[in-house]
Design a protein around this ligand. Structure first.
Ligand SMILES: [Zn+2]
Length: 260
């Protein structure tokens, strides 16, 4: 199918103007709920080589409109529905949906699923996590450090959201500034703004540009809605150099020892 004229050309012009080229880059998005489905939609507008969506949830009636899902997609795996629709709307970017529960030591998933996820991380240039819990983020962070990939973590509370970026001297997991309880509802405008920022972080990270280690957003405080800083932290075992030498077989034990 011939890509529709207009959008890809205009986006290419913008990317050329700012000196960003992601046409040979692959990005993995882990968790495609309220935030991740929007990040996928936002990134699909750029001409990535590939966008891989990882999730194990099905589209429910409560997701329609609130997350980026349509009513006729209820009952389908989210990865399948979203990849299919975004491939149709943005045919210049190839999206692949992988139905998979990301390995966590407390889960019931197997070593083979961990190996499969590790392969996906290894083949990507950047990993974005938007899971609603910490354990799969920890697995994704560890594998991103191991395979030397860009790693961005985004999260949403009811009124506050954040984008965190793994860089020298700073780790998104051990550098928790605040922890918001998962409530499964948020300000939809906040979800849009955090998704847009996370997508922008990916573009910058993959172009070798600087990006703050932490950005927090609170749209209920319009005069200080946006706070960006380059904080540093001590680092944790998950982002230490020793994970680079870990065999995948040893990752489950390492995670249990260091995050539980
Ligand atoms: Zn760390």
């Amino acid at each position: 199918m011939e890509p529709p004229k207009g959008f890809p050309e205009r986006t290419s012009n913008y990317l050329k103007d700012v000196g960003i080229d992601v046409s040979d880059k692959t990005v993995l998005i882990g968790g495609i709920g309220t935030l991740g489905s929007r990040i996928a939609r936002d990134l699909a507008r750029f001409n990535f080589k590939k966008i891989v969506l990882v999730d194990f949830d099905y589209v429910g009636p409560e997701n329609v409109g609130y997350q980026c899902y349509h009513s006729e997609e209820v009952g389908r795996p989210k990865v399948e529905a979203l990849a299919e629709r975004l491939n149709k709307y943005h045919p210049w970017t190839h999206l692949e949906g992988v139905y998979m529960e990301v390995f966590t030591p407390s889960g019931l998933v197997s070593l083979s699923s961990l190996k499969e996820f590790a392969r996906l991380v290894e083949k990507s240039d950047a990993v974005v996590t938007a899971f609603d819990t910490l354990p799969p983020r920890a697995t994704a962070l560890l594998l991103s450090v191991k395979f030397d990939k860009k790693y961005i973590d985004a999260g949403l509370g009811v009124t506050r959201g954040y984008v965190k970026y793994l860089k020298e001297g700073y780790c998104p997991i051990c550098g928790k500034v605040w922890e918001e309880k998962v409530r499964y509802y948020t300000n939809p405008n906040l979800a849009e703004a955090v998704a847009a920022l996370a997508s922008q972080a990916v573009l910058h990270a993959l172009s070798g540009r600087s990006w703050p280690s932490e950005i927090s957003l609170n749209l209920e405080e319009p005069y200080r809605a946006f706070l960006a800083s380059d904080v540093r932290n001590e680092g944790c075992p998950l982002c230490s150099g020793e994970v680079k030498k870990l065999r995948i077989e040893d990752v489950p034990e390492y995670l249990i020892k260091n995050i539980y």
